[in-house]
Design a protein around this ligand. Sequence first.
Ligand SMILES: Cc1ncc(COP(=O)(O)O)c(C=O)c1O
Length: 365
Amino acid sequence: MVVTTTKSNSDEQLRSTFASRYATTSLPRFKIPSGSMPKEAAYQTVNDELMLDGNPRLNLASFVTTWMEPECDKLIMASINKNYVDMDEYPVTTELQNRCVNMIAHLFHAPVGDDETAIGVGTVGSSEAIMLAGLAFKRKWQAKRKEQGKPYDKPNIVTGANVQVCWEKFARYFEVELKEVKLSEGYYVMDPAKAVEMVDENTICVATILGSTLAGEFEDVRLLNKLLTKKNEETGWDTPIHVDAASGGFIEPFLYPELEWDFRLPLVKSINVSGHKYGLVYAGVGWVVWRSTEDLSDELVFHINYLGSDQPTFTLNFSKGSYQIIAQYYQFIRLGFEVIIPNKNFLKGQDRSLFLYDQISGISK
Ligand SMILES: Cc1ncc(COP(=O)(O)O)c(C=O)c1O
């Protein structure tokens, strides 16, 4: 929900020029009209007002997907009325979400055995993914402190001051102190050495970013893992790492596969990524994956049985649309793991390069 700041003037009326064939009276702006109107009039009224919105295809203000192939649009329209949470009714959609989780876990080198399934969930975006990951860290830290007979009422999390607002939200909503490493002139991401210095026995995790929101820079997760391992050895703590790969998670494995930032590093216990950024799906999908079942407390998983069988859920909301999950699966199988950098073939009009270039640059034919 975006908190509305529009001043409510209950007397204000809306007039629709082009719907006047159907609707002769004006509409109250902030109250439900006293009567109904023909569907054509409702359509025309809303459509006309929306013309004042910007054009999504020209929106380069954020890096969220605004164009998908018509074939995928068809799949989206066909599934727009499916509720993601009704797993018994839509088992194939559930299966596609599970496939996506496994594909992402493998992409990030999770140590998933051949006969094992990966641990993760589709979310509304990276923000929800981060709330879930943060909660898992908090719960795990609390359980350990309780077991040790130590106080567990002052958890903190260490991040760079460049973190996206969702980390501040997590800290405030779930009562965790946010300890931010200050940025310095010419260095606008978290310094791993300073982050490790700030870690104490109450630190539930260090959150590092792969693709800083402000300038897209990757933080040095490898160095962070090395320094934190040393500190853990010296102190006997086992402070873990979360990687916020909202933007970088779907770029890095394709462009810099040799860079170690993911589950190849032992302290990385969870990773989030936005499907609606470089996962190339319209707004409304993110992912969080955990290294192993040990990293996600059972206590956080709810088992419901409203529709006939056991449904484990770990999300902040309940009902939501399914189409983004289906669209994400479409993109995975459509594009595959093929690294194609636009080159001179693009100029020769090779269809595939052109397609990828469109996707990368946000420009469509
Ligand atoms: C680094 C980072 N983390 C988290 C988020 C939140 O992502 P979402 O919009 O998918 O909730 C963003 C969004 O820009 C981001 O850049």
